[in-house]
Design a protein. Structure first.
Ligand SMILES: *Cc1c(COP(=O)(O)O)cnc(C)c1O
Length: 481
């Protein structure tokens, strides 16, 4: 047996490169990373390749290692080239997400340090760091000391956690679901319905509240719906308000909705996955005023705080409710006493996860090394760029604009003098995708094929927007000619 063990040790030694090997790997990886960074400005935002990365399959996973150069070549050709380049300044589609350089360095350190951020006992410092970040977010959102939250993988899980917390806080049982009512709109993000379904609440009643002309939830209609449901003997439970919808960037009227939630004792959940980060700047704070009156809120640092994907956050105003809905214990965890003091509450007790990445380090190192001021400036810049784009497009023939932006999304379409408008706009977005210098995405609003300009990339600046306007003009005229 000992011989075999020694033999296995020899074979497994490759798992740990020595310092010389590390140096070589570091150099190649850093060089490759730098080449990606250089391409993010003025490179293509979207590249359609014929093979769509299928070349990866030519190099199957096997017992035999390959050299780093070969691995990076596979990565370059098959992964980092085809599709949408999220880091590109010209990525103006969906909701752009970030990936600050400092955050990438922090990811490296988090992976090497291997701190277990799920349990206070295992890594009190990592847990304190995450708590500090959640407190910082809570402060700029306007949540009180009683709030608790979690750094999650993104908006989908954040909303799921908030909905599960609201379900437990109202002590809803399966037999209650068919009489329980959720209020949302046609513009509510689809992950909310997904979360309701995963939370077992598929059978509850969903009331789609009409929108006003600017795609905000109509608060008169909301109150009417609640009263009418009460009259029918139903149980109004949850209002979903959105601080920045995906289609148009609309911010639902937060104060009146909060008044209604108070008056009828409903749980108010704010989906601020995209928009809540704007509260960091004064201009955004005014637009979002009232969202701090919600019972729960989500924000995606991988959107408005320019973190790499996998950075979400959820906050519950009465933190005890988050704990009640998520804590659990196990015999094998007896060494850690999570209930020793409120200070010792572990992320694992506030989240569906047990093992989890140390998500805090990427945000902490970025905020510490860069300071908050550049984040605040970038967010105000994005708000102003959307207004700038709107005003520029107003003066270009045949472009019809949607509402003046609440945040940093502008909708528009091209109205050709003749022919089908939807069909023309479909061809326009195809032409933009083929060109690839900028990447836009479209949506359907009131049955109309609509283009969207979503500005949130930290590399997107005024010259990017000027170029986008030129490309839009050029492509539309090309299609007409
Ligand atoms: C992005 C987004 C989500 C979903 O977040 P994920 O991190 O992709 O899960 C939910 N709501 C809104 C408004 C969003 O913009």
């Amino acid at each position: 047996m000992e011989d075999r063990i020694k033999q296995l040790e020899k074979l497994s030694i490759a798992l740990e490169p020595d310092s010389g090997q590390r140096r070589i790997l570091q150099e190649k990886v850093i060089q490759y990373g730098d080449s990606l960074l250089e391409n993010f400005r003025h490179e293509q935002a979207f590249i359609e390749t014929g093979d769509k990365g299928v070349g990866l399959y030519d190099s199957p996973i096997s017992d035999e290692p390959i050299a780093i150069d070969k691995a990076l070549e596979l990565l370059k050709t098959n992964v980092d080239r085809p599709g949408v380049h999220l880091g590109s300044e010209g990525h103006l589609a969906y909701i752009p997400s970030g990936g600050l350089y400092v955050a990438a360095l922090a990811e490296y350190l988090a992976a090497i340090g291997g701190r277990y951020a799920g349990l206070f006992f295992a890594s009190p410092g990592a847990v304190r760091m995450e708590r500090m970040l959640l407190r910082w977010i809570a402060d700029f959102i306007g949540y009180p000391e009683s709030a608790k939250g979690d750094l999650t993988s993104g908006g989908s899980i954040s909303s799921l956690m908030a909905i599960v917390t609201a379900r437990e806080a109202y002590n809803l049982k399966a037999k209650d679901f068919p009489d329980t009512v959720v209020y949302l709109t046609d513009q509510t993000h689809h992950t909310i319905e997904k979360a309701l379904r995963i939370a077992g609440l598929k059978e509850c009643v969903k009331r789609y509240i009409p929108l006003d002309k600017l795609y905000h939830m109509s608060t008169d209609a909301l109150e009417e719906a609640i009263l009418s449901d009460k009259n029918k003997g139903l149980n109004p439970w949850l209002i979903i308000a959105t601080a920045g919808t995906t289609d148009t960037g609309a911010v639902d009227p937060m104060e009146p909705i909060a008044d209604i939630a108070d008056k009828y004792q409903l749980w108010l959940h704010v989906d601020g996955a995209y928009g809540a980060a704007f509260a960091l700047c004064e201009m955004g704070k005014k637009i979002l005023k009232g969202m701090e009156r919600s019972d729960s809120i989500i924000i995606n640092p991988h959107k408005g705080l320019f973190m790499p994907q996998g950075s979400g956050a959820v906050l519950i105003k009465d933190g005890r409710k988050l704990f009640d809905a998520h804590h659990s214990t196990a015999r094998y965890l007896q060494d850690e006493d999570t209930l020793g003091s409120p200070d010792d509450v572990s992320p694992a007790d506030l989240s569906p996860e047990l093992s989890r990445p140390f998500r805090g380090l990427r945000l902490w190192l970025s905020l510490k090394l860069i300071g908050v001021a550049p984040f605040r400036a970038a967010l105000e810049e994005k708000l102003l760029l959307a207004r700038y784009f709107y005003e520029k497009m107003q003066h270009i023939n045949c472009f019809e604009l949607g509402p003046y932006p609440d945040l940093s999304i502008v909708t528009f379409r091209y109205i050709p003098p003749k022919g089908d408008v939807n069909e023309f706009n479909q061809r326009l977005i195809n032409a933009i995708h083929q060109d690839g210098r900028i990447f836009l995405s479209s949506t359907m609003i009131d049955g109309k094929f609509t283009q969207r300009m979503a500005i949130l990339g930290f590399r997107t600046h005024i010259d990017t927007i000027d170029r986008a306007v030129e490309i839009l003009k050029e492509k539309a005229q090309g299609l007409e000619g």
